[in-house]
Design a protein around this ligand. Structure first.
Ligand SMILES: Nc1ncnc2c1ncn2[C@@H]1O[C@H](COP(=O)(O)OP(=O)(O)O)[C@@H](O)[C@H]1O
Ligand SMILES: N[C@@H](CCOP(=O)(O)O)C(=O)O
Length: 321
């Protein structure tokens, strides 16, 4: 579960005094999530999510994430809209933590996405990129290729314990993605979500209804966002690539923004990089999460299996593009 900071009734009352959203009718901690404490809040004026940012959130990044959500919401893209307090600022303090109230989104996250949902997600991803094309703020991708060797440092033994022979394969992935990196600056860039996994997307009747959790958003290659989604939506049980789902996602994306030839050419490389990024952070969490932590670390091997697929892929056609 992810409620790290408890909010007392008195603290909530005092906090809501600073807003024009009415008195609380319902207030409960949300079990899902990993990084921050999230609460469901219902008042006379509607439903909201209250987030208290925990230790891993860098306070200097919060204004960027808030501005990004404001920008998307203003353009009609379904995402949590920050709710400003009476003083006009959306970012406040509660129980000693930076705190944000956002609007509640309807919909359910798919546990096992189907091809129709993959298509709808691809289309929505391209719409999101278009809506962000005039978002001028820039944030470097802190989990981009330069960070991977640093995350890997001292982890090869853990990788070997998880799967004998894995360390050498990962070293090879690092070398190959580093070699090919100079190709990336030529790709269309913009603001990307960078973590649009199924648990961060909501659906109503197979139609995308909203995206949440923009806390890895950054400026990077647009096709890298598609690569993150192909990794997290189009593999069965974390292992086998589902060609129909991948093809549906790419077709959905291209129905809004056709990929350029340069993007198609490096799609396998971008997918390999995306898999490496999630493998690395999961590997770090695997060893560094204390046994009594509230959240269970996710299995890095799911991404080692995806890497095996990406190593042999030659072109976008291997992904159904
Ligand atoms: N705007 C929202 N509308 C509806 N539910 C939300 C909203 N934001 C978060 N949630 C719920 O809270 C959970 C955790 O949110 P998330 O942003 O993924 O947390 P974390 O950043 O801690 O990983 C989500 O899985 C979802 O159930
Ligand atoms: N999507 C990442 C972990 C990040 O968790 P989130 O709840 O903030 O999306 C993974 O699966 O490794």
């Amino acid at each position: 579960m992810a409620v790290y900071t408890q909010v007392s009734d008195d603290a909530l009352e005092a906090f809501l005094d600073g807003y024009d959203i009415g008195r609380p009718r319902s207030f409960k901690g949300i079990a899902e999530g990993v990084e921050n404490s999230n609460y469901y809040l219902e008042t006379g004026q509607g439903r909201f999510i209250l987030t208290l940012f925990e230790r891993r959130a860098d306070p200097k990044d919060l204004p960027y994430f808030i501005a990004l959500k404001q920008h998307l919401a203003a353009r009609g893209f379904p995402c949590p809209a920050p709710v400003p307090a009476r003083d006009g600022a959306p970012l406040q303090t509660l129980e000693g933590r930076p705190a944000l109230v956002v609007t509640f989104l309807d919909g359910l996250s798919p546990k096992r996405p189907n091809a129709a949902q993959c298509r709808s997600m691809g289309e929505a991803l391209a719409r999101m990129h278009a809506a962000l094309s005039d978002f001028v703020q820039v944030r470097e991708n802190a989990l981009g290729p330069a960070s991977w060797p640093l995350l890997w440092e001292g982890r090869s033994q853990t990788a070997e314990e998880l799967q004998p022979g894995l360390a050498a394969l990962i070293e090879d992935d690092l070398a190959e993605t580093a070699k090919a990196r100079p190709q990336s600056p030529h790709l269309p860039r913009g603001t990307i979500h960078a973590d649009l996994f199924p648990d961060n997307a909501f659906f109503l009747d197979d139609k995308f209804s909203g995206a949440i959790d923009f806390y890895f958003a950054c400026t990077d290659a647009l096709a890298y966002d598609l690569a993150v989604c192909l990794n997290s939506w189009a593999f069965e049980d974390g292992r086998e690539y589902n060609y129909s789902k991948g093809a549906a996602m790419i077709a959905g994306y291209e129905s809004v923004r056709p990929l350029e030839e340069a993007e198609r050419a490096v799609l396998p490389l971008l997918c390999r990089g995306a898999a490496l990024r999630f493998f690395m952070t999961r590997l770090v969490d695997w060893t560094d999460t204390p046994a009594d932590a509230l959240v269970r670390p996710k299995n890095p091997l799911e991404y080692a299996d995806r890497l095996a697929f990406h190593r042999q892929a030659k072109s976008a056609a291997d992904y159904g593009g």
